[in-house]
Design a binder for this molecule. Sequence first.
Ligand SMILES: C[S@@+](CC[C@H](N)C(=O)[O-])C[C@H]1O[C@@H](n2cnc3c(N)ncnc32)[C@H](O)[C@@H]1O
Length: 194
Amino acid sequence: MLGLDHFGLLAPIYDRLFTAPPPYRLMRLLRLPSAGLLLDVGGGTGRVTAQLSGEVGGIVIADLSHGMLRQAAGRHGLQAILAPAERLPFAEASIRRIIMVDALHHVFDAATALRELVRVLAPGGRMAIQEPDWRLPGVRWISWAERLALMRSHPYRPAEIVQMVRQAGARAHCWAPGDRSVWIIAAKPHRGAP
Ligand SMILES: C[S@@+](CC[C@H](N)C(=O)[O-])C[C@H]1O[C@@H](n2cnc3c(N)ncnc32)[C@H](O)[C@@H]1O
């Protein structure tokens, strides 16, 4: 991790501070169970996808924080790798499912990261990205506070994320469940499909 690893400092208590999205929602959005790998990008301690072991062929947590990855590596069924969202160590079209929760606004370059996610996603694969719904005034302050704490925090509107994913070559739409978060759901078309 370049600079101060804020998440590494929080890692030992992170899972007690934040509630994970419920597994039934993840199963529906990602159309699980599925064979193949589930890649959790910016997956931190693995608290989100640890709930899904048994529903996929394997789970890989990719993150930049050593502290967060240490927690993930200690969890049964998770493989933890140090890798930036902008440059994933996977072959093109090799991953069947991808998730990214509360991490896109923290990356160095969101457009590059989203292109990379779509690159590694297999044709017919699905991807779900959750972000705080920055359109809500009661949520926007979180990004200001993060920047005050010298963290990277770029509050993208859902329509901007949808557009970046489409430009990267996947279908995408957004869904707001009403809990101050928003999901961008994406599917990579099979080759030759419109
Ligand atoms: C708010 S935490 C969310 C962690 C996890 N997704 C969750 O919901 O529990 C954001 C995570 O993104 C990671 N992160 C930030 N920039 C990254 C990048 N460029 N590539 C990969 N991970 C990154 C941080 O290290 C941190 O673990």
